[in-house]
Design a protein around this ligand. Structure first.
Ligand code: ADE
Length: 226
């Protein structure tokens, strides 16, 4: 899979993609990331990529020209399955979105910034608009990093034990059950007996029961989706 990210602040994303599991996935050849600084695509001699909004509102707006040039350049190199724009008024990102996107070959993520982007970008160049939640960030970079992280860990081989991505919270609209590790008794705080029993079926049943109980208690909205 290849993920191209277009941004005015590549340094905000660099750390995330070059650390831990995302870095390992790149080293293993499972994913290729390319960060593109939008300023490299402007014809403006001062490298400006934003301008005042028509109609005179506060804030600056990213211009269509460098964005169009960046996307056109990438599309001239290969086909893209989606051109995603990160914005608080997009569809709400969820595990199901990550699952879907992890099956694609090539995607572009354009990070929103400042007051927004010239709306013609969204009308003509973007195929999918994604929000990571009902709150406003300073820009779409952190959202792009979160989306990339959630996608890449689903690519087979990206995390050690493939089973563990399948048993994540949300994969069945269920929160994950509690996990414990040694010591079995810490200051008298003990691990549930069943987990020490070695009885696989009972352990499996206990985990499912716990997942259902936690979902019902903590996320009744997810329980209703089942
Ligand atoms: N840009 C600013 N806020 C955002 C959000 N909540 N989701 C995606 N992109 C954003």
């Amino acid at each position: 899979m290849r993920i191209d990210i277009i941004t005015v602040l590549p340094e905000m994303i660099e750390g995330t993609i070059n650390t831990s599991i995302l870095k390992r996935a790149q080293d293993k050849g499972l994913v290729t990331f390319e960060l593109h600084n939008l300023r490299d695509y402007t014809l403006d001699k001062h490298k400006r990529v934003d301008d005042y909004p028509y109609g005179g509102e506060a804030g600056m707006v990213l211009q269509i020209e460098p964005i169009d040039r960046a996307i056109a350049y990438l599309k001239s190199q290969r086909d893209y399955d989606e051109v995603i724009f990160t914005t608080p008024d997009g569809e709400q990102f969820a595990q199901s979105t990550a699952n879907e996107l992890s099956l694609l070959n090539n995607i572009i993520i354009l990070c929103g910034h400042y007051k927004g982007v010239d709306y013609r970008v969204r009308e003509h160049l973007i195929t999918r608009e994604i929000s990571i939640g009902d709150f406003v960030l300073t820009g779409g970079e952190l959202a792009a990093a979160i989306i990339a992280d959630a996608i890449v860990r689903l690519i087979p081989g990206a995390i050690g034990d493939e089973q563990s991505a399948l048993s994540d919270s949300f994969q069945d609209n269920l929160l994950a059950p509690p996990v414990y590790t040694r010591p079995a008794d810490y200051k008298g705080w003990t691990v549930p007996e069943v987990l020490l029993s070695g009885h696989e079926r009972k352990i499996h049943e206990w985990r499912l029961e716990q997942a259902e109980k936690r979902t019902k208690d903590l996320r009744p909205d997810l329980s209703r989706k089942m």
